[in-house]
Design a protein around this ligand. Structure first.
Ligand SMILES: [Zn+2]
Ligand SMILES: [Zn+2]
Length: 166
């Protein structure tokens, strides 16, 4: 088997409203202030609008999409359809254990680990590689030295990858 040449396939990101060049992690445009969220399906940052311009290219309505419930805890800027049961994006929902709320050092590392994981999940999607383990979805335990707590409810551990955050 030939070694696969892996280069970062992350593309540039731009504000759909004003064209400002942005990074994968931005949740607001640095130039026009538009609220932004990342769409894995579109592999782009989209403007979350509360106005009547949701049909503009690159815009979604705030009545249909919001930022992931981990927007503060994990600085997650991914879009989630409003009625998603877990309120978590398709990256955050893969994490079933995280450092507990009384572990600030662990939580800081958790945010860093989740940011790296979002990039990985997006790159896997761009490479058209499935995010699965055997025999089912991959779930992650983001752990630290302190006790951890369940991160997402309603999931079952099928396979686990340990990401040491501390
Ligand atoms: Zn902008
Ligand atoms: Zn998320």
């Amino acid at each position: 088997m030939r070694p696969m040449k892996v280069t970062s396939c992350m593309r540039d990101f731009h504000c759909p409203n004003c064209g400002q060049r942005l990074t994968f992690e931005n949740s607001a445009c640095l130039a026009c202030g538009s609220a932004l969220g990342f769409s894995l399906d579109e592999m782009a940052l989209l403007v979350i609008t509360t106005g009547d311009d949701a049909d503009r290219a690159g815009f979604v309505s705030a009545s249909e999409y919001e930022l992931c419930a981990n927007r503060h805890l994990a600085e997650c800027n991914w879009l989630v359809p409003i009625r998603t049961p877990t309120w978590l994006c398709s990256s955050c929902v893969l994490t079933i254990e995280r450092p507990n709320d009384a572990d600030p050092a662990g939580l800081a590392e958790f945010a860093r680990a989740e940011a790296a994981k979002r990039r990985l999940v997006a790159e896997l999607r761009e490479l058209k590689l499935p995010i699965v383990g055997a025999p089912g979805p991959v779930f992650l335990r983001v752990i630290s030295k302190a006790p951890v707590e369940p991160a997402a409810t309603g999931t079952t551990t099928v396979g686990a990858v340990m990401m040491r955050s501390a």
